[in-house]
Design a protein around this ligand. Sequence first.
Ligand SMILES: *[C@@H]1O[C@H](CO)[C@@H](O)[C@H](O)[C@H]1NC(C)=O
Ligand SMILES: *[C@@H]1O[C@H](CO)[C@@H](O)[C@H](O)[C@H]1NC(C)=O
Ligand SMILES: *[C@@H]1O[C@H](CO)[C@@H](O)[C@H](O)[C@H]1NC(C)=O
Ligand SMILES: *[C@@H]1O[C@H](CO)[C@@H](O)[C@H](O)[C@H]1NC(C)=O
Ligand SMILES: *[C@@H]1O[C@H](CO)[C@@H](O)[C@H](O)[C@H]1NC(C)=O
Ligand SMILES: *[C@@H]1O[C@H](CO)[C@@H](O)[C@H](O)[C@H]1NC(C)=O
Ligand SMILES: *[C@@H]1O[C@H](CO)[C@@H](O)[C@H](O)[C@H]1NC(C)=O
Ligand SMILES: *[C@@H]1O[C@H](CO)[C@@H](O)[C@H](O)[C@H]1NC(C)=O
Ligand SMILES: *[C@@H]1O[C@H](CO)[C@@H](O)[C@H](O)[C@H]1NC(C)=O
Ligand SMILES: *[C@@H]1O[C@H](CO)[C@@H](O)[C@H](O)[C@H]1NC(C)=O
Ligand SMILES: *[C@@H]1O[C@H](CO)[C@@H](O)[C@H](O)[C@H]1NC(C)=O
Ligand SMILES: *[C@@H]1O[C@H](CO)[C@@H](O)[C@H](O)[C@H]1NC(C)=O
Length: 786
Amino acid sequence: MEKFSVLRLLLLILCLIARGFVSNGAAQSVKCLKSDQDALVNFKNGLEDPKNRLLSWQGSNCCQWSGISCENSTGAVVTVDLHNPHPSGSDSSGRYGFWNLSGEVRPSLVKLKSLRYLDLSFNTFNGIPIPIFFGSLENLQYLNLSNAGFSSKIPPNLGNLSSLEYLDVKISTLTVDNLEWMAGLVSLKHLMMNEVDLSMVGSDWVGTLNKLPALIELHLSSCRLSGYIPSLDFVNFTSLAVIDLSSNRLNSKIPDWLLNISSLAYVDMSNNKFYGRIPLGLGELPNLQTLNVAGNKNLTASCFQLFKGSWKKIEVLDLASNKLHGKLPTSFGNMTSLTYVDLFANNVQGGIPSSIGKLCNLKFFCLVGNNMTGSLPEYLEGIENCLSKSPLPSLQFLTLANNQLHGILPDWLGQLKNLVQLDLEYNSLQGPIPTSLGSLLHLTGLGLGGNQLNGTLPESLGQLSEFGQLPNPLNVALSADVDLSSNLFEGPISLPVVEIELLDLSNNRFSGPIPINMGASMHNLIFLSLSSNNITGNIPASLGDMNSIQVIDLSSNNLTGNITASIGNCSYLKVLDVSGNNLYGGIPNSLGSLQVLDMAENMLNGTIPVSFGDLKAMTRVQIKNQYLFYGKYMGLFYEENLVVCTKNQPQRFTKTLSLLTSMDLSGNNLHGDLPQELTKLEGLVVLNLSRNHISGQIPNSISNLRQLSSLDLSSNSLAGPIPPSMSLLSFLGVLNLSYNNFSGAIPYTSHMTTFEAPSFVGNPGLCGAPLVVKCPGEGIDEGELL
Ligand SMILES: *[C@@H]1O[C@H](CO)[C@@H](O)[C@H](O)[C@H]1NC(C)=O
Ligand SMILES: *[C@@H]1O[C@H](CO)[C@@H](O)[C@H](O)[C@H]1NC(C)=O
Ligand SMILES: *[C@@H]1O[C@H](CO)[C@@H](O)[C@H](O)[C@H]1NC(C)=O
Ligand SMILES: *[C@@H]1O[C@H](CO)[C@@H](O)[C@H](O)[C@H]1NC(C)=O
Ligand SMILES: *[C@@H]1O[C@H](CO)[C@@H](O)[C@H](O)[C@H]1NC(C)=O
Ligand SMILES: *[C@@H]1O[C@H](CO)[C@@H](O)[C@H](O)[C@H]1NC(C)=O
Ligand SMILES: *[C@@H]1O[C@H](CO)[C@@H](O)[C@H](O)[C@H]1NC(C)=O
Ligand SMILES: *[C@@H]1O[C@H](CO)[C@@H](O)[C@H](O)[C@H]1NC(C)=O
Ligand SMILES: *[C@@H]1O[C@H](CO)[C@@H](O)[C@H](O)[C@H]1NC(C)=O
Ligand SMILES: *[C@@H]1O[C@H](CO)[C@@H](O)[C@H](O)[C@H]1NC(C)=O
Ligand SMILES: *[C@@H]1O[C@H](CO)[C@@H](O)[C@H](O)[C@H]1NC(C)=O
Ligand SMILES: *[C@@H]1O[C@H](CO)[C@@H](O)[C@H](O)[C@H]1NC(C)=O
């Protein structure tokens, strides 16, 4: 992935230069060479062209045909550019069609003696090999076969193309056994071989490439390269600016010869098995803008030493998932061009230096999963250096979760005008939430869970979206390959105002009530957790205004009063957890499309609403495992998880949460019958109604709940027989019917025989196996009856 624009610009300029010697075909008045025209006609006749892209290939002047240009003086064809303009299938107007050429690539092309530029990219030459005669196109300077559907071995005679400057053979179905032929490409500046299978070439590729002194860009990503990168006595490719070796299986130290190439601007060695120390010399490369060595697991460095280097032009530092240790030095703030810093999953220690205030261009700063024990700086140094004179004016992502940071949340957090995501979860931060956080207009995710924060929830949290009505523009920008680095401008960036989507304040020491208007303006909020605090008061009716909400977790607090019926207005709500509070009154009738309902351990009274039989999500078996809310930008570091009691043990559901449907009303004061309507919930996996005052009988239709894996009806006042149909519940792993008033014989057949006496004890009228109490008439030998 090319992460920054300067290089793209460079590439573009180079391409323009490369194309400069030819002119636009349409404008050309020169008359083309007859022999060249005949060759093109023959070439065209070999092609299949379902969209008639070559309709213009008729008439007497081939210099005016689309994709063709000629030399002004001679009329000789120099360019054949047939790249597929719509590789995704549809054109700009959205019309669908196949714009690819396919068929035969006829050797008549060889007759184009002056051909310098050949582009067949993104066509569909269904698995035919690259024609051997390409090696005879002796004046070729540009050859682009990217994704053109060729397969098998790249013909070694391409090495005859001694004028070739650009070679793009990015096709996953190509292989190379031996790279020696490439030594003949003495003019090569740009090599794109991503995805070509080079697993057979061993370590020779380094020596071969060292014979290419003009090389500027080298792309060998996902080529199945393995083994050690040998050292070089003499480095030939002294103009190299881009080296991409990412996603191979290289098992090597980072080669020292890289440090001799002062032109290097972009180094991507991520996702290999590089080990050993990251050479300090990388920091002295005067042109280096991107260093990506993420995902090697085993690279070491002392951050203190490494970041003391000059790093004169560094913009992107991605060192995630390695073994860096030590503190960030004060001089970290000297790398003033930085836009992107990712140190995820290392062992960085200490605190965050206040000098980061000098990083006016910083957009992405991630230290998730390290061993930081210091505090957030109380103030930021060098703010006056930024144009806007505000703290970290470009910062959009500040993610420091899973460390041991302590101290308070500094006020400057609330001044990060462009902040989109603030994730400080699972640290040891203390004190209150600064009111100023409520003024962050672009914040879409605020994760402060798992700290020791206290005080009341600021009213301003409800304003996090006060102005927002606009659609979220970041869904696109933040797909899997986050590219936030291509903007070299210092903020303020004009992001539209967006609304908060994720708010996690769980596992802290917050007290006082939920701000009464909290839900009133959070129209985009998808996830809300205030779980495991000491929050008191009622559940405000305004929560019912959150019309995008999918997860509400208010569990383990000290909430009182009724469960507001307005929650039924949240039509996308899938998870509602209010367990472990002091809620009382009745259960609201209408709770929409809930999939997980947990109201356990409260003081709720009244009956189980008959309408629960209509909880849509629970009436279906969940077969699609999809993340309930994430997979967007929080997806990088934030996993949805929820603890549900199944099988009598708390179980944490993360990635499979969407497969769970569960209803837990245990530990309340509910009375009345077990409504027959509940047995309509055919997708239900967990049902726990224990420790209430539920009476009546278990309906026969209980056997409809075929997915049920845990059923706990213990400690109620249920009576009558245990319906024999229960033995049809073949997934049932936990059954607890103890301490009720059931009577008669236990239907101890088929699956029921997997349960033992504790599932049935405390029912004085029950008899038969597995209880020791025999039923009347049982145990009398048949012989005695006779
Ligand atoms: C070729 O001729 C066209 C006009 O016919 C002109 O625009 C272009 O600059 C010329 N190219 C060269 C390299 O002279
Ligand atoms: C063009 O590409 C599409 C999609 O890759 C493919 O299905 C189709 O068969 C191709 N057309 C030809 C003529 O090869
Ligand atoms: C080859 O063509 C593809 C698409 O047409 C383009 O993205 C790529 O940059 C080209 N390669 C080179 C080296 O110009
Ligand atoms: C450097 O490149 C030149 C030209 O291709 C070649 O002759 C020479 O052998 C190369 N040097 C090394 C050490 O490979
Ligand atoms: C990490 O690299 C060291 C050498 O620096 C090596 O001894 C060790 O086996 C490697 N560990 C793993 C897990 O690859
Ligand atoms: C780098 O940072 C240190 C500490 O902040 C400072 O003393 C030094 O002058 C800076 N160096 C440069 C080259 O800016
Ligand atoms: C965190 O750092 C401390 C010393 O500061 C060290 O003892 C501990 O092992 C480190 N933890 C991890 C997980 O590396
Ligand atoms: C919050 O915690 C801090 C330190 O942990 C303590 O000094 C302060 O009194 C607490 N405030 C409240 C409102 O509990
Ligand atoms: C919760 O708050 C109440 C009232 O403010 C207080 O009495 C109680 O000690 C707090 N509990 C915890 C665990 O902080
Ligand atoms: C709940 O609040 C009451 C009164 O405000 C208090 O006595 C009790 O300790 C609190 N319970 C918890 C678990 O904090
Ligand atoms: C609680 O709900 C019950 C009905 O379930 C209602 O009668 C009562 O007025 C409500 N109480 C409050 C405080 O809202
Ligand atoms: C529920 O409990 C409240 C007080 O705790 C009481 O006023 C109300 O009558 C009860 N409702 C029912 C239906 O039992």
